[in-house]
Design a protein around this ligand. Structure first.
Ligand SMILES: Cc1ncc(C[n+]2csc(CCOP(=O)(O)OP(=O)(O)O)c2C)c(N)n1
Ligand SMILES: [Mg+2]
Length: 789
């Protein structure tokens, strides 16, 4: 590992950066401990101390140290830089820096840069009615809360893509670096284009410990760590020590060097064109956890150990000794030299910080991006497939969506604000038309046999769902647009990342100063019902269940039944802001029910009666509802059977695209009013609902509806294997024959009148089983069935 020991700072400069660091440390400790007496102008007494001591000290001095040194280089080099805090539990550090820079007081006007403001700043931290302990959405300059560890580096790269002038400093905790998500994201350097993208500077913070354990990377020896980082393609620089003056000198010199390296890589790429993949620099910062805090407490070492992780001194209100130790600790930063009479940072500290938009806490990239623009979207109608009559023509929905996305890509190429993200599945999800206009980003080696790989591609494929999601989130949080396409079953890998992003959106919607963000869009295809090559492991529609746990203001779930409806749905999602949109759609050839105009109306309605399939004349005996492409096919085929077998039965067909329409208006902004719901689903007729996913969700969404007792849902019930498409629905009782049986069993009096029809359906299911086992394909009457009314 390189170690730079040149002396770039004068003694005065060391003192200045040290004082800035001390001021941030002082403000951090104050947030953890104090409700009053913020400048220690009186002797500390128990009433000045918080009744509950909450927060994380251990990581904080390291974050403050890095932040102070970055401020220096931002000013000397006029850098456009943002800060991503991997150990986001170090909230006090970033809040302190935002206050020092004046941004906090600009955003929260009652918290000025004065003594009273400082008191408020301290009191609100980790307190009811105040702010959270982490670098949450409330913190200006943050795009990364860092509550759930592992996503800092992928977020940092997402922010840097298509931002050629931006440098993202990304602090990675040595504990965080043990997570799978973070481990995969080191590879982001194989997807970064030095001409077109900004730079990411990873700073691995080797403070040695997590909450209660040593960190692996701090205990493998420098050689092994160097090999690891070089193996990931990085060029590591070491800054290490516990002597402040020496660390300041090393860190300053190292930052100067790595930023020189970065601008050298970029200049070379931007003038001469890129040749070899660059080895980007990174920093390994080895300093004590809880540095400058209490060395020991009650005879046990604290500074430089895991014991400094949270609140190193407990019982400060109760014990005089602890109270004195806290006061001595805080006074060790010399607050009287750092803050003036009014309580503001002294002039030399204020002028040390960057100004205006250059402040990392005020960089517009971190608040919806610089002039985030809407996408230029082509006219959906031009991509619609021809549907002369319902159910006659077959189309591949995602293929049509691919053509549309190709032209979205083309139309926005100049603004460079749209990318597609996938874990190696663009091709298999039939979205490959986009390769007519762009390639897959790839900075690693290529072979003549490769296809569509290029350094300037706009499709991001890496087999790490975590990295795809993290990149996309970083891209969205800085105001750009994208879609993540994944197999339905495996998108569960990012359940937790989705959680965190949805929480972020919920909070940022409530902060009037946070700008809106383009939505996070999932296109889930290769879904549960059509895993022809695969099997049980690939069959899981539960992501939807997971998503609807989140705030109604944030989540949307769409199940377009056919190709034209999918096109409108994708168009809608790309226009939307501040949401998470989940779209589930098939890629296999399947019947198209609606022409492009009808599909547009259906998509806007989100749910509707399909008159062409119904014969209820306003008074149904049964409502056949469906959501999802395969359930829609089975429902329409069941209706066809019913109309042959029981011509007097009045059937109403309802198709649901927007699942949230099922909820009440007071639970979801898309919810149908009770009056509308009753009009469509009736208050007293059986509703047979064929649903794409786990049936319980439909009950959950409708349990307050008047007709809920009559609602009977079929869906996926964890039956499946590698088998035919129709066998999948039979195994889960979602097939047309079973739906007919359900109708006969549920419509009052019908069972008695229709025993022969019911028996026929049972026999068809028996025949089906024998047939698929013998022939390996579905029966001709299923395969060749078409709606022909
Ligand atoms: C994914 C995840 N698992 C567990 C935790 C609980 N947790 C919070 S902090 C922490 C230790 C982090 O250690 P490190 O990344 O080294 O940070 P630092 O030492 O700088 O505090 C853990 C395990 C978490 N926040 N996220
Ligand atoms: Mg650590």
């Amino acid at each position: 590992m390189h170690a730079i020991d040149s002396h770039v700072l004068s003694a005065d400069e060391i003192e200045l950066v040290h004082d800035y660091w001390s001021a941030a440390n002082y403000l951090s400790v104050g947030q953890i401990y104090l409700v009053d007496n913020p400048l220690l102008r009186q002797t500390l007494v128990p009433e000045h101390i918080k009744p509950r001591l909450l927060g994380h000290w251990g990581t904080t001095p390291g974050l403050n140290l890095i932040y102070a040194h970055l401020n220096r280089v931002i000013v000397t080099r006029d850098l456009d830089m943002i800060f991503v805090t991997g150990p986001g539990h170090g909230g006090p550090a970033i809040v302190a820096n935002s206050w020092l820079e004046g941004t906090w007081s600009e955003v929260y006007r009652n918290t000025g840069q004065d003594e009273d403001g400082m008191r408020r700043l301290f009191k609100q931290f980790s307190s009811p009615g105040g702010i959270p302990s982490h670098v949450a959405a409330e913190v200006p300059g943050s795009i990364h809360e860092g509550g759930e560890l592992g996503y800092s580096l992928s977020h940092a790269f997402g922010a840097a893509f298509d931002n050629p002038d931006l440098t993202v400093a990304c602090v990675i905790g040595d504990g965080e670096a043990e997570t799978g998500a973070l481990a995969a994201s080191w590879h982001s350097n194989k997807f970064c284009n030095p001409s077109r993208d900004g730079a990411v500077l990873p700073i691995l913070h080797l403070n040695g410990y997590k909450i209660a354990n040593p960190a692996v990377l701090a205990r493998i020896g420098e050689d092994e760590l160097t090999d690891l980082m070089r193996g990931y393609g990085w060029d590591p620089y070491l800054v290490a020590g516990d002597d402040a003056a020496s660390v300041h000198q090393q860190l300053a010199a190292t930052l100067d060097r790595v930023l020189e390296e970065i601008s050298g890589i970029q200049k070379a790429a931007r003038t001469g064109g890129v040749s070899d993949r660059p080895r980007w620099p990174m920093i390994v910062l080895r300093t004590p956890k809880g540095w400058t805090g209490p060395e020991s407490v009650d005879g046990l070492p604290v500074e430089g150990t895991w014991r400094s992780h949270q609140v190193p001194l407990a019982g400060v209100r109760e014990s005089d000794d602890a109270g004195e130790q806290l006061e001595a600790w805080m006074r060790s930063y010399r607050p009287d030299d750092l803050f003036d009479d009014s309580g503001a940072p002294v002039e030399r500290l204020r002028s040390f910080a960057p100004a205006g938009d250059r402040r990392m806490s005020a960089n517009p990239q971190t608040n919806g991006g610089v002039a985030s623009r809407d996408l230029d979207l082509p006219d959906v109608e031009a991509y619609g497939v021809d549907v002369p009559a319902p159910g006659v023509e077959m189309h591949e929905p995602t293929k049509a969506a691919g053509a549309y996305l190709r032209d979205v890509m083309r139309a926005n190429a100049k603004s460079a604000n749209f990318r597609l993200f996938a874990p190696d599945e663009m091709e298999s999800n039939r979205l490959s038309s986009v390769y007519e206009v762009t390639d897959k980003t790839w900075a690693a080696d290529t072979l003549p046999t490769d296809e569509h790989l290029a350094l300037d591609g706009r499709v991001m494929e890496i087999l790490s769902e975590h990295t795809c999601q993290g990149w996309l989130e970083g891209y969205l949080l800085t105001g750009r647009h994208g879609i993540f396409t994944s197999y339905e079953a495996f998108v569960h890998i990012v359940d937790s990342m989705f959680n965190q992003h949805a929480k972020w959106l919920k909070v940022s919607q409530q902060l009037e100063w946070r700008r809106s963000l383009p939505s996070l869009n999932y296109l889930l295809t290769s879904h549960v019902w059509r895993q022809d090559h695969n099997g049980f492991s690939h069959q899981d529609p539960g992501f939807i269940d997971h998503v609807v746990n989140k705030k109604a203001e944030v989540v949307r779930v769409y199940l377009p039944p056919d190709t034209n409806t999918l096109l409108w749905t994708v168009d809608h999602c790309l226009r939307s802001r501040d949401h998470v949109n989940v779209v589930v759609a098939g890629k296999q050839p399947q019947p198209s029910w609606l022409n492009v105009e009808e599909a547009g109306l259906h998509a806007v309605r989100g749910l509707g009666v399909w008159e062409w399939a119904s014969n209820d004349e306003g008074d149904p005996d049964v409502v056949m509802a469906c959501a999802g492409d395969v359930p829609t096919l089975e429902t329409i085929a069941a209706v066809d059977l019913l109309r042959d077998l029981l011509p007097d039965l009045r059937v109403r067909v309802v198709n649901v695209v927007d699942l949230m329409r099922l909820q009440s208006t007071n639970e979801h902004p898309h919810g149908l009013s009770d009056a509308e719901f009753d009009a469509i689903f009736t208050t007293d007729r059986p509703v047979i609902f064929a649903y794409h996913g786990y049936p319980a969700l439909i009950h959950r969404l409708t349990y307050r509806r008047h007709n809920h007792a009559n609602l009977h849902v079929r869906g996926y019930k964890e039956e499946g294997t590698t088998t035919t498409p129709f066998d999948m629905v039979v195994q889960n009782d979602l097939d047309r024959f079973h739906l007919v049986i359900d109708v006969i069993d549920r419509v009052p009096g019908l069972a008695r009148r229709a025993p022969v029809a019911r028996q026929k359906m049972v026999d068809m299911r028996t025949r089906h089983r024998g047939y698929v086992v013998e022939h390996g394909i579905d029966m001709p009457e299923v395969l060749d069935w078409k709606w022909s009314r």
